[in-house]
Design a protein around this ligand. Structure first.
Ligand code: ATP
Ligand code: MG
Length: 297
């Protein structure tokens, strides 16, 4: 394969991960020009290009060196690793990305009781994830028959082609519509940045490191909120304990009100109404919760 001096990232061409992945890369300051066939996007600022493909192809493209990294569901990455153990060991989850959350779960007909994995012994389980399901069955010592289906897994029990399913669940509405009930969770999934265990040592390695640094900044900012509030000094201990993520706040004196102080704190994660109400009960007032756009320590 010809050596490359530009980093190539694979992402889903069209599906649940497409928009959030594009938005994330845009926040990292990457801009792209799309080719006419809409499969390749040329990076205009940084030397980073995109390849738009079906999500199932992404781990293989990285393993074969066609792409350097990819944005893909953990479920798809792990399925590739279990079903291609030799190529799979060279791949790694470089960063969790916090979108595309779902679970890979076993579901049974609603009226079937479920206690332990052992009761799945001898049953037929339909799935598009034979690698992950096979591994879970082995690690639980269960001997069940894995029935591979590429799609519409949820209707297999009604059709009589399987006794249970192993499929992705997010809200659970599809399961309910098919009179199924989620039992065991095999994988808690979200989109991840997948890449080779060892980053390239040429120029692409430096670009990859730059991208990872920007990504870390973007993720940290996205998950941060700035809280501003005013409080009596004697309530500070309690209010500080209520701040989400227990940040160390910055305090500013209030002119003409020596018993009052303005508290400013950068919190990890969102801030709920309930948390604000608890702080208000503790004496806080004039509370503001602001999103953070950029951060450089
Ligand atoms: P492609 O045409 O690229 O193969 P697809 O139909 O396999 O697309 P999507 O349905 O777009 O894929 O899902 C992509 C990823 O989104 C899944 O692999 C999973 O990680 C994540 N995801 C989040 N919630 C769900 C859900 N409720 N059902 C399926 N996937 C979900
Ligand atoms: Mg797919």
């Amino acid at each position: 394969m010809k050596p490359r001096d530009r980093l190539r990232i694979a992402m889903q061409k069209s599906g649940r991960l497409t928009e959030p992945a594009q938005e994330l890369l845009a926040r990292c300051g990457l801009k792209f020009r799309q080719s006419r066939d809409k499969l390749f996007c040329f990076g205009e600022g940084e030397p980073v290009d995109l390849l738009l493909v079906r999500d199932d192809d992404i781990p293989g493209l990285i393993a074969e060196g066609v792409c350097d990294m990819g944005i893909v569901g953990r479920n798809v990455l792990q399925e590739y690793q279990y079903s291609h153990p030799e190529a799979g060991v060279a791949l790694d989850e470089l960063r969790p990305l916090g979108f595309g959350r779902c679970r890979l779960s076993i579901a049974l007909p609603q009226d079937e009781p479920y206690d332990t994995p052992a009761q799945l012994g001898g049953q037929r389980i339909a799935t598009s994830y034979p690698g992950l399901l096979g591994e879970w069955l082995r690690s639980n010592g269960v001997d069940a028959k894995v029935v591979y289906l590429a799609g519409s897994v949820e209707i297999a029990p009604r059709l009589g082609t399987a006794d249970a399913i192993c499929d992705l669940v997010s809200s659970g509405a599809t399961l309910v519509a098919n009179q199924l009930r989620e039992t065991a969770v095999l994988v808690e999934s979200e989109a991840v940045l997948a890449g080779p265990r060892d980053l390239p040592t040429d120029e692409r390695g430096e670009i990859a490191e730059l991208l990872l640094r920007r990504l870390d900044g973007v993720i940290q900012v996205r998950d941060s909120r700035l809280i501003l509030l005013q409080a009596p000094r004697n309530a500070l201990d309690e209010i500080t304990r209520l701040l989400p993520g227990l940040p160390i706040p910055t305090l500013t004196a209030v002119d003409g009100a020596p018993d009052q102080v303005v508290v400013q704190a950068l919190c990890a994660g969102s801030v709920s109404w309930r948390q604000l109400e608890d702080m208000k009960r503790a004496g806080a007032r004039d509370m503001l919760v602001l999103p953070v756009e950029k951060m450089l320590a």
